[in-house]
Design a binder for this molecule. Structure first.
Ligand SMILES: [Zn+2]
Length: 443
């Protein structure tokens, strides 16, 4: 007799704890997994034949800039279609909240939106807008240090003053209270580059009582990558918080092979404090177009340009040749712009992905479907890469039991339990209406 709402029959279950795949049926009642065992046919009111398929917890994409995408494409098909059911937003120091702007955001804040999108004075307003227009997956939201700086400082090319630090602390405290899962920095980027370690520690101190994490796009991933690792570890120690090194990589032709230095140092640090990392699955990375990055890259693809949109999709070298100018000059003319840089060594990328077992990174980042495809060739069979959670290694029980009654993931806000898309009536895109609404409330 049918005793469960839904039963997935005959799949290979990979539960995300690292144990080998097992053949089992999975029963679901309401929004909970209630059994992982052999179940007779007919035990579910609805049954799905999963023979030949893998049944796994939804993947967690731990490194995203989906802050705005959650509103714009609330079906989140780009992620859901790849098995991603939770995204971590607000990485690299950039979060849509808490910040309101009446001028264009400085790079790299312009990667996720323009001044109309930055309309949430409080983090609670942003989360409230998500609750009002829930996307089709869970979101765990970080607060960006650069967004705090842009909102609280008159000039960004210097350390924050005491009153500015206090203003940032107040905003961060509000965000943590509202449900933010941590603080991210993007110390490599101009808005945060002048921030000394002491400024970061003064903010990160607030994370510990909230049980939140510190994630960082480090100050340098090239010549000074080891110094940057030390700085990141020190923030974790001084503030007493777990650290996640974002998209760990070593960039620049001169630094190819240096994961042979960074991974042993990470392994050593992991034994002493709570550290995780996520990893790049590609040899190229995407961000804003910056002239000083160009000599480090094997090639540079322009992805967008506000001044010359027709150049999107073309190589910088071609554009410079066509304009009969240097690549540096072409960079200048294209601003503001974005680019993909081929700056990594394939052997380094493989070393980081394979070395995850020792360094215990939180997960692989970027497009998870692609990660999975690569992981198949790089990782032991029967192991799923993502879905292990955004918690750093030390925070995780070594073999957590699959508990049917536990919501997954732990600290992610449950924004929506199923694929549910609401259609907007107004011509104005929904995320802008949400920002307008938040603005009105604070006027
Ligand atoms: Zn980054």
């Amino acid at each position: 007799m049918a005793s469960h709402d839904l039963v997935l029959h005959g799949g290979r279950v990979i539960d995300g704890t690292g144990v080998a795949a097992v053949g089992a049926d999975v029963a679901i009642d309401g929004d909970r997994i209630t059994a992982v065992e052999r179940l007779p046919r007919g035990s579910g009111r609805r049954e799905i034949d999963a023979a030949g398929l893998v049944v796994a917890p939804g993947f967690i994409d731990v490194h995203t800039h989906d802050d705005r995408a959650l509103f714009v494409s609330s079906d989140m098909s780009a992620k859901v279609s790849q098995g991603v059911t939770t995204v971590v937003t607000g990485n690299c120091g950039i979060s849509l909240a808490p910040l309101t702007l009446d001028r264009p955001p400085p790079p790299p804040l312009d990667l996720i939106g323009d001044e109309r999108d930055y309309g949430f004075a409080r983090f609670a307003d942003y989360l409230g807008a998500l609750d009002a227009h829930p996307p089709a997956l869970n979101a765990a939201c970080l607060v960006g240090h650069s967004s705090l700086r842009v909102g609280c400082m008159r000039a960004l090319d210097r350390p924050a003053s005491e009153p500015e630090i206090e203003a940032m602390r107040a905003r961060l405290a509000e965000a943590l209270e509202a449900g933010a899962v941590g603080l991210s920095t993007g110390l490599w980027y101009a808005p945060a580059n002048a921030a000394p370690k002491s400024e970061i520690v003064a903010l990160a101190e607030l994370l510990r009582p909230a049980g939140a994490v510190y994630t960082t796009h480090m100050r340098d991933e090239a010549e000074h990558v080891l110094d940057s690792l030390e700085e990141s570890f020190a923030v974790g120690r001084e503030a007493g918080v777990p650290v996640v090194i974002s998209h760990h990589k070593v960039i620049g032709k001169a630094n190819f092979g240096r994961t042979r230095e960074t991974l042993p140092r990470l392994r050593q640090a992991v034994a002493e404090q709570r550290i995780g990392l996520d990893a790049y699955p590609y040899v190229a990375s995407s961000t804003v177009l910056r002239a000083f990055m160009v000599p480090r890259a094997l090639k540079v693809l322009v992805t967008w340009s506000k001044t010359c949109p027709e150049m999107a999709g073309r190589y910088l070298s071609e554009i410079a040749a066509e304009w009969k100018v240097s690549e540096a000059e072409a960079c200048e003319r294209l601003q503001p712009a974005g680019a993909v840089y081929w700056t990594m060594d394939e052997a380094d990328v493989r070393r980081v992905l394979v070395g995850r077992a020792a360094a215990r990174p939180a997960s692989a980042s970027a497009t998870v479907g692609h990660v999975s495809a690569r992981a198949r060739t790089l990782l032991p069979r029967g192991r799923a890469v993502p879905a292990r959670g955004s918690r750093p290694a030390h925070d995780r029980p070594s073999r957590p039991a699959l508990r049917a009654d536990q919501p997954w993931p732990h600290r992610a806000r449950r924004l929506c339990r199923c694929l549910r898309v609401r259609s907007g009536k107004s011509d104005r895109p929904r995320h802008l209406r949400a920002a307008d609404h938040a603005r009105r409330r604070h006027r």
